[in-house]
Design a protein around this ligand. Structure first.
Ligand SMILES: Nc1ncnc2c1ncn2[C@@H]1O[C@H](COP(=O)(O)OP(=O)(O)OP(=O)(O)O)[C@@H](O)[C@H]1O
Length: 291
């Protein structure tokens, strides 16, 4: 079954919607008038050259930045719209949006299990004081969260690594651990910021498989920022392309790939890189630019 067929089968209504979102940093416009519509059950990739505004989009969706203009709406499973504007990141997370970061943010000195367990505990009712005092319900919650963390690690293909320190895991495993941790809050939408950055070919394939399983087996909608075109083409149902903070194309992966505006945006960026290389004599490129 193709990815597109899976999405059609899900027949999802909207899960995320932005209208006219504009984000500025002083005179710099990072996002300009962004209209995004994401359907429940889909994998939507956001691509674009460096500095196009992809991470800024994640940051406004998850409450890190508040856009100066526009609307941000999460649509709950019962169809009720909830505005995300002005919500703090932890409240956005409680609503059902979880994310990973471009730069890995794990607790390197804790085990894989502990990293996920902390996130699972945060999603539960007992807080740190109840845990510290060893309240009976807190003990029950802790046991449940350890079990849940172990399940998620197994799901992410890290079942054999539960007791390893996160800092000792290879890059691909760290990226998958971040995803397991994001899943611990039981999200409806998972936002992945360059999940395959810095990974090798085999790890990219594992990553693609994991993204598909998250989408199909856990029925989680995925918003994906990724530079690796092979990965995007193999997992995304739909692609949205940003350039200089604006949406320049949107559609099925194969349509977008042929779109002259997209080709132009990437060629322009490549030429700029080549220009920089000539000027500085340095190789300019991303660490994962192996395509
Ligand atoms: N906190 C900030 N302060 C000032 N400018 C910012 C800030 N965050 C982002 N920007 C600017 O907004 C623009 C978009 O950046 P953003 O990180 O969203 O791009 P991106 O598409 O994610 O790039 P990359 O692929 O390199 O990660 C860039 O010009 C960036 O310098």
């Amino acid at each position: 079954m193709t990815a597109t067929a899976t999405m059609d089968a899900s027949g999802g209504g909207e899960v995320l919607r932005t209208r006219g979102v504009t984000l500025r940093f002083g005179g710099l416009v990072s996002l300009q008038d962004i209209d995004l519509t994401m359907r429940r059950g889909e994998i939507l990739a956001v691509i674009g050259p460096n500095g196009a505004g992809k991470t800024s989009l994640f940051n406004v969706l998850t409450g890190v930045y508040t856009p100066q203009e526009g609307e941000l709406t999460f649509i709950r499973a019962d169809g009720a719209p909830v505005s995300l504007l002005g919500r703090k990141p932890y409240r956005v997370n409680r609503l059902g949006l979880a994310r990973t970061f471009q730069n890995i943010r794990l607790f390197a000195a804790l085990t894989a299990l502990e990293n996920v367990q902390i996130a699972a505990e945060r999603a539960q009712r007992s807080g740190p004081i109840a845990n510290m005092l060893g309240m009976p319900w807190a003990r029950r919650d802790q046991k449940a969260s350890a079990g849940r963390a172990a399940e998620l690690l197994e799901f992410a293909g890290l079942g054999a690594r539960v007791n390893e320190l996160a800092g000792n895991l290879n890059y691909g495993d760290q990226r998958r651990l971040e995803m397991a941790r994001a899943l611990a809050s039981d999200p409806e939408v998972l936002l992945l910021d360059e999940p395959a950055a810095g990974t090798n070919r085999v790890e990219k394939e594992q990553m693609a498989a994991l993204i598909r399983r998250i989408n199909e087996e856990l029925a989680i909608s995925v918003l994906l920022i990724e530079h690796d075109m092979r990965l995007v083409m193999s997992v995304a149902h739909r692609v949205m392309v940003l350039n200089f903070g604006r949406v320049i194309a949107e559609g099925r992966p194969e349509q977008v790939q042929r779109d002259p505006a997209v080709v132009e945006a990437y060629l322009g960026a490549a030429e700029e890189d080549a220009e920089n290389t000539r000027e500085t004599g340095d190789a300019v490129g991303r660490e994962d630019a192996d395509e």
